[in-house]
Design a protein around this ligand. Structure first.
Ligand code: KG4
Ligand code: ZN
Length: 336
């Protein structure tokens, strides 16, 4: 059968990434992060789009060089249409459109959250999920339970009513004086702490939906109260606080995920998105194998934002000749 070489671009938030895929295999996946946001404790949209502008050309060149192919060999260009930051998305989408026009090859638009799920289909010799399966997509902007019936048929059956789980990690980390993004730092500190040292309430949310804003507030009040009594409370208990915060977040995530499994009868469960890099979440998911679940954890390098996941999504659309016209626009808010 025919071989396709797809160049893909991801620029929805604060990572500029370009990948080249040969069918479902990754030849290169270059990611340029943006350190500039760290001093602000979060992503500054204006700075993000400017950094994308200066990063995109070198990142694309490096991806082509690492894949060891010439741009004339490319079969199609895939890009993230949304959701994400408008200014950031515009840089990637404009670049992708120009390149598709210049090379006269098809353009493919990709949904960022679908891509986090389809990252499981990047061929690394691992077992891939079979349809239907449930995907827990957890990132800095999203917290969703998705019923996946095909590469392109996905239904959100649960979502957050307020903050995303990544924000819950990052904002509680900020309260603790940790750098941004705090998720991975909390993860490593939590490994040395006692998850039952402190207890935080599980927020109430209807059906399969999530809520994290109440949780964040309860951590804030708890810390303020303790610090009033002991100025060094955070310093003396950092690992235990992180372990307890992470434990509660995992409880929140899995109570609804279990409910989703029971409700749908689907016992194949995959995780995706930046927060799925969390070691506690991975362990908890793996422990569900004893309950008869089939579980899927994406290769670590494809959990946080990357263009390879955009490339694999593009590949499945390419097979169906599902191409975009040049009038396609970046879309900050876009449903699955
Ligand atoms: O998917 P992603 O790279 O970007 C978005 O689309 O948002 O996710 C970024 C989020 C951040 O909130 C970051 O703190 C979180 O993923 N994250 C983690 C871990 N690694 C990244 N959260 C908890 N534990 C981790 N190990
Ligand atoms: Zn993401």
């Amino acid at each position: 059968s025919k071989i396709s070489y797809i160049l893909s671009i991801e620029s929805s938030c604060d990572d500029t990434s370009c990948a080249v895929l040969k069918n479902d295999q990754v030849l290169s996946n270059v990611i340029a992060g943006q350190k500039v946001h760290q001093q602000y404790g979060g992503v500054v949209p204006e700075l993000a789009s400017r950094a994308h502008q200066s990063n995109i050309v070198p990142v694309v060149h490096t991806a082509l060089a690492q894949a060891n192919i010439d741009k004339k060999q490319l079969t199609a260009i895939a890009f993230t249409r949304g959701p994400g930051l408008m200014g950031s998305l515009l840089v990637g989408s404009s670049f992708a459109k120009s390149l598709s026009l210049a090379l006269d090859i098809p353009l493919i638009e990709v949904h960022h959250m679908q891509a986090h799920i389809l990252a499981h289909f990047i061929d690394e010799g691992q077992e891939k999920p079979e349809f239907p399966f449930l995907a827990l997509t957890i990132s800095g902007g999203h917290t969703q339970i998705v019923k996946v019936t095909d590469h392109h048929e996905m239904e959100v059956i649960g979502t957050t009513m307020d903050d995303a789980v990544g924000e819950a990690f990052d904002k509680t980390g900020k309260m603790l004086g940790l750098d941004y993004p705090a998720g991975p730092i909390i993860d490593s500190l939590a490994r040395k702490g006692n998850p039952h040292a402190f207890s935080f309430p599980i927020p109430k949310a209807p059906n399969l939906d999530y809520s994290f804003s109440g949780f964040k507030t309860s951590v804030l009040y708890f810390i303020q109260k303790q610090v009033k009594e002991n100025l060094d409370f955070i310093k003396e208990n950092l690992e235990d606080i992180c372990a307890s915060v992470q434990y509660t977040i995992i409880e929140i995530l899995f109570q609804k995920l279990e409910k989703a499994v029971n409700k749908t009868g689907i016992k194949s469960v995959a995780i995706g998105g930046g927060v799925s890099a969390n070691s506690g979440i991975r362990e908890r998911l793996l422990s569900k194998k004893e309950k008869g679940w089939k579980v899927f954890i994406p290769p670590f390098q494809y959990t946080t934002d990357n263009a390879a996941m955009i490339g694999i999504s593009g590949y499945y659309k390419f097979l169906q000749k599902d191409f975009a016209g040049l009038e396609v626009t970046a879309t900050a808010r876009i449903s699955m």
